[in-house]
Design a protein around this ligand. Structure first.
Ligand code: BJW
Ligand code: ZN
Length: 240
C-alpha cells in the first residue's frame, strides 16, 4: 500500500490536513461521537444550537466554561507537533473542525478554524468579538451594548464563518495531498472537503483507528491513533 503512494508523497507540494476531535483525544479532550464522546453524554440540541442558548444561556455557558478550562490545561500531543514540523519542509494548511487552538499552540501557522474557537467570545447582537483573557464574574457574561455574549463557536444550523470556509474550499480544491485525521466526517459542510480534494486528483490519506464514510476512497488508511501515526508519516514525507 505504501509503495504505491511513495512517489506521490515525494511530489506533493501543497499538503492539506483536515482534522477533527480525534487528533486532540490523546491530549485529554473528549471526542463527540466515540465511545466516551460528548454526544453520548449530552444532547447536542440542548447545548449546541442557538435555540438551546436562548432557552438556557447559563447552562450552555457553564458547559463551555468547563470545556474551556480542560482545553487550557491540555497540551498539544505528538500528532499536532508533527503537523507543525512538516511546515518546515512543505506548504501546509490545516483545516480544523476543532475549537481548542491546539494546532496553533503546537506552532502551526496556516490554521483555518471551521467551527470557531472556544477562546473567543462574540456578542449575540453587535459586532463585538474578543479573546477571553480571564474568568467571568457572571454567566452569561454581557456585552457593553447590554446584550448577551456567547462562545464564538459554530452551532448546528449556523453557517460557518464565510471567509474561513471560502479559504478552506480553495485549499482543499487545490492541494496535492490531503491527510484526514481524527474526524468521523459526520458533519457538513466540513465533510465535503475530502470530496473537493479528491475531485482535484489529490492523494488521500486517512489517520483514524476506525473506518469512516470516506475510507473507501482513500489511497492509504492508517488505522492508528494520530499521536502514533503522524510522527512516522510526516518523517516519511519530509525525508524526500
Ligand atoms: C481518533 C482518535 C485518535 C478517536 N486519533 N482519531 C438538520 C437540521 C439542521 C442542520 C442539519 C440537519 N441535517 C444536516 C444538517 C447540517 C449540520 C450537520 O451536518 N448535521 C449532521 C450531524 C447531521 N451541519 C450544520 O448545521 C453546520 N452548518 C451548516 O450546515 O450551515 C448551513 C445550514 C444552516 C441551517 C440549516 C441547515 C444547514 C454547522 C455544524 C457545526 C458543528 N458544531 C460542532 C460543535 C462546535 C462547538 C463545540 O465544540 O462545542 O462541531 S458539533 C461537533 O461535530 C463539533 C465538531 O467539530 C464536529 C465534527 O466532529 P468530529 O471532529 O468529526 O468528531 P467525532 O467525535 O464525530 O469523530 C472523532 C473521530 O476521531 C472518530 O472517527 C474516531 O474514530 C476518531 N478518533 N480517537 C485519531 N486518538
Ligand atoms: Zn454587543
Amino acid at each position: 500500500m505504501w509503495d504505491k503512494i511513495l512517489d506521490k508523497l515525494q511530489d506533493a507540494k501543497k499538503i492539506v490536513f483536515v482534522t477533527g476531535a480525534g487528533i486532540s483525544q490523546e491530549s485529554g479532550i473528549p471526542t463527540f461521537r466515540g465511545k466516551d464522546g460528548l454526544w453520548r453524554k449530552y444532547d447536542p440540541m440542548q447545548l449546541a444550537t442557538i435555540d438551546a442558548f436562548y432557552d438556557n444561556p447559563k447552562l450552555v455557558w457553564e458547559w463551555y466554561e468547563e470545556r474551556r478550562r480542560n482545553i487550557l490545561d491540555a497540551k498539544p500531543n505528538p500528532g499536532h507537533l508533527a503537523i507543525s514540523e512538516l511546515a518546515k519542509y512543505r506548504d501546509v494548511s490545516v483545516l480544523t473542525q476543532n475549537i481548542d487552538g491546539l494546532h496553533q499552540r503546537a506552532g502551526s501557522k496556516n490554521v483555518y478554524e471551521l467551527h470557531g474557537s472556544i477562546i473567543t467570545i462574540k456578542c449575540t447582537v453587535c459586532s463585538f468579538k474578543d479573546k477571553i483573557t480571564t474568568g467571568f464574574l457572571q454567566l452569561p457574561p454581557l456585552c457593553k451594548c447590554g446584550n448577551m455574549l456567547r462562545p464564538d463557536v459554530v452551532w448546528f444550523g449556523e453557517t460557518l464563518p464565510q471567509d474561513v470556509w471560502g479559504s478552506a474550499m480553495e485549499k482543499a480544491s487545490s492541494c496535492d495531498l490531503m491527510i484526514v485525521v481524527g474526524t468521523s466526517l459526520a458533519v457538513s459542510p466540513a465533510n465535503l472537503l475530502p470530496v473537493y480534494a479528491k475531485q482535484n486528483g489529490a492523494t488521500m490519506i486517512e489517520v483514524n483507528p476506525e473506518p469512516t464514510a470516506v475510507s473507501q476512497s482513500m489511497d492509504l488508511s492508517l488505522r492508528e491513533s494520530a499521536a502514533n501515526a503522524l510522527p512516522g508519516l510526516i518523517d516519511t514525507i519530509s525525508s524526500f
